[in-house]
Ligand binder design. Structure first.
Ligand code: FMN
Length: 195
């Protein structure tokens, strides 16, 4: 492992939209999510669950996304050639991404517990993204409407009454690294109240 230092990784990491075809090895993916799991987690709940869709496993997952987009009206359902072309190109786009890691957790009834859990999951995701960057692996954190479609959850074997999909991470070696868009100076956002 190359191990760039933490502060460099925090600033250099970019969201990756184009991936090489090459897969990330199983051991590397496990390492990346192991680093993720050192995120703070109240009551040591470690609520994150991860489904990694890769190789042939992507097919049903991507089909479920397309069906969901149709169900929620983001894609037409007709047999029109234009519709079919649109579906095919979206499918091809998703299928050429080496790995999709769907991150979910068991819902909490109590709103405070729910927030704690979701916050911890987000910390898990960012830890994993930074670890991935250290390994030369790129990720894109995505939240898309199908994650709120109970039919989609059912199609991939989850239960939307008890399972909350937090994100889908697209994962692979970067084909292109976007430019650093920078950040607003923190002085514009921070208020010190000292007395
Ligand atoms: C919760 C969350 C959801 C995001 N969802 C998407 C998404 O669905 N599609 C996308 O292209 N980028 C998504 N992003 C990535 C942001 O657009 C990206 O972080 C931002 O443009 C800054 O770029 P950087 O990560 O390279 O610094 C998401 C980021 C977060 C934190």
């Amino acid at each position: 492992m190359i191990a760039i230092d933490l502060l460099t990784a925090i600033k250099a990491r970019r969201s990756i939209h184009q991936f090489k075809k090459q897969e990330v090895g199983r051991a590397v993916l496990q390492d990346i999510f192991t680093y993720g799991s050192y995120a703070p987690t109240h009551y040591m709940k470690e609520s994150w669950r991860i489904n990694v869709y890769e190789r042939e496993g992507k097919s049903d997952f991507v089909d479920a996304i397309m069906t969901s987009y149709q169900r929620i009206g983001m894609l037409k359902t007709d047999d029109d050639l234009k519709t079919q072309k649109m579906i095919d190109s979206m499918k091809q786009f998703l299928l050429q991404i080496p790995h999709h890691a769907l991150i979910y957790f068991k819902k909490e009834d109590d709103p405070v517990r729910y927030e704690e859990t979701y916050a911890s999951i987000c910390a898990f995701i960012q830890n994993a993204q930074l670890a991935a960057w250290s390994y030369g692996v790129g990720m894109l954190w995505t939240i898309t409407p199908y994650m709120h479609d109970s039919g989609f959850a059912e199609d991939i074997g989850l239960d939307s009454r008890t399972d909350k999909i937090a994100a889908v991470m697209q994962i692979g070696y970067p084909e292109k690294i976007p430019r650093d868009k920078g950040r607003t100076p923190i002085g514009d956002k921070i208020t010190f109240i000292s007395e």
